[in-house]
Ligand binder design. Structure first.
Ligand code: PBG
Length: 296
């Protein structure tokens, strides 16, 4: 699967410096990405959007005319069933403080107030046509709340892709450039402590029980032990996200001639699959799919 960024207010795609080869797209250039991805034979795209205006509660996320919901509509149209269109369900791209949820009076993230916003964001995405919702905010109970909201409105076949074991990693740095997020503080109150292995299984088991159709471990390579644990125990498909910082480490070394780019990406994806992932998200998805076909 390929993560794709759409930026409001752009007139042409704009390269992301810290993610070589990856761009912010316009609503118009999105169709070309989908054609390329479908031609390469990848399974789906995960849409992230960058709004022009942010506020404390991330209002644009729930607005039918917000950039992410418009991008979903465009993508579903352009894909015409050739690949699965998934959308990121999280507030960090939409809040001015950069957190994945709304804040309580004391400045901490308010878990349960955030769940209410996630439920309306989920409905906005489902109405826009999203086939799968990627719940990446790491609020407790988010899978259950979103499942209930979707079912109540008749969206029973919209699936939930739960970012279950999401660690508070340094490897999200380039992504925050890609979405122009200026995070105040850090996410350690809701993302997981990298030292905790068993907690990964606790989180994925909870999401499964709450109705997740797919569970994910993220980042990927530094957490292959967690991925193997989750893959061994899970009754639903398991995904892993080779995140921005993992991708950019390969790109930076390859640019200096210190590593073979193609071999490095293929080894990364192979290792993630070996550890038990059924689905891999990588910024190199289109190339990896092409290389795999060539190698066959
Ligand atoms: C949150 C989200 C993040 C990523 C995916 N979804 C950022 C974060 O948690 O800080 C990171 C993905 C990557 O680094 O490639 N909406």
């Amino acid at each position: 699967m390929l993560p794709v960024f759409v930026r409001e207010g752009l007139t042409a795609p704009r390269a992301i410096d810290s993610l070589p080869g990856v761009s912010q797209h316009t609503l118009e250039s999105l169709a070309g990405v989908i054609d390329e991805a479908a031609a390469a034979g990848i399974g789906g795209i995960m849409l992230f959007a960058v709004p022009e205006v942010r506020d404390a509660t991330g209002t644009a996320a729930c607005d039918a005319h917000g950039i992410l919901n418009l991008a979903i509509e465009k993508a579903v149209q352009a894909s015409a069933g050739r690949l699965v269109v998934m959308a990121d369900l999280c507030l960090d791209e939409f809040t001015d403080h950069g957190h994945c949820g709304v804040l309580a009076a004391d400045g901490t993230v308010d878990n349960d107030a955030t769940l209410t916003v996630y439920a309306s964001m989920a409905l906005a995405q489902a109405r826009a046509g999203a086939e799968v919702l990627g719940l990446s905010g790491m609020m407790d109970g988010q899978t259950a709340v979103v499942r209930e909201a979707l079912d109540a409105e008749g969206f029973t076949s919209v699936s939930i892709f739960a970012y279950s074991a999401k660690y508070a990693s340094v490897a999200y740095g380039p992504f925050r450039d890609a979405v122009e997020s200026d995070l105040q503080g850090d996410r350690r109150a809701y993302q997981m402590d990298p030292a905790n292995r068993r907690e990964g299984l606790v989180e994925s088991t909870l999401d499964e029980a709450e109705g997740a159709d797919i569970v994910m471990v993220k980042p990927a390579l530094p957490y292959l032990d967690v991925l193997a644990d989750v893959a061994a125990a899970s009754a639903v498909p398991v995904a892993a996200y080779h995140v921005s910082g993992e991708y950019s480490q390969i790109e930076a070394a390859a640019q200096r001639g210190w590593i073979d780019r193609r071999a490095a990406h293929l080894e990364a994806v192979t290792s993630i699959a070996r550890a038990g992932a059924d689905i891999v998200l990588t910024y190199a998805a289109v190339e990896v799919a092409t290389w795999l076909k060539e190698d066959m």
